[in-house]
Design a protein around this ligand. Structure first.
Ligand SMILES: [Zn+2]
Length: 168
């Protein structure tokens, strides 16, 4: 199979994927975040996915993220800690790649809802963002507590003004 053929096969299967999803087990994902052979950005993302709560928020206490994501020196085998600048750089890379919401920080990593469908029925508020809205890549969205689906924004009338129609 030539590279060209393989590419077109993949393009076809990507189209078919649509809105389907696979599930990831949270505990193994968290364990994998401690795997020295993996890159720090992938490890941090696995940690975020494994800990994500309502709306995709994974909040951390001060300094907690640095403790949970140790720095491995692959040459010496030494285990250390990332400084806040290094951690922020990893987070920024993931934000740039659209793998975390732009408001993510070492105090809360937000997994975007168009990347990961977080299964969390308890609607706890994120202590950092003070809400449990989900990030859809463009804006924050409210999610129905019962069904877990996004609540669509209120519909507007044809002239775009609901109150005028009611007043008439
Ligand atoms: Zn948050």
């Amino acid at each position: 199979m030539t590279l060209r053929t393989r590419r077109s096969v993949h393009a076809g299967s990507w189209r078919k994927l649509g809105q389907s999803w696979n599930r990831i087990y949270r505990r193994p994902a968290q364990r994998a975040s401690l795997e020295p052979a993996l890159s720090p950005d992938f490890r941090l993302w696995l940690l975020a996915v494994s800990l994500a709560k309502a709306g995709g928020h994974a909040p951390f206490d001060n300094g907690e993220l640095a403790t949970m994501l140790p720095k491995f020196n692959r040459t010496t085998g030494e285990v250390g800690q990332y400084g806040s600048r290094a951690l922020n750089k990893i987070i920024e890379r993931l934000i740039d790649a659209d793998m975390l919401a732009p408001s993510s920080s070492s105090r809360c990593l937000v997994v975007p809802m168009h990347k990961v469908d977080v299964h969390e029925t308890e609607r706890t508020l994120c202590p950092e963002h003070r809400h449990n809205l989900a990030w859809n890549g463009i804006s924050w969205c409210e999610i129905d507590q019962r069904t877990g689906y996004v609540i669509p924004p209120p519909k507007r009338s044809a002239n775009g003004n609901e109150s005028l129609r009611h007043a008439a």
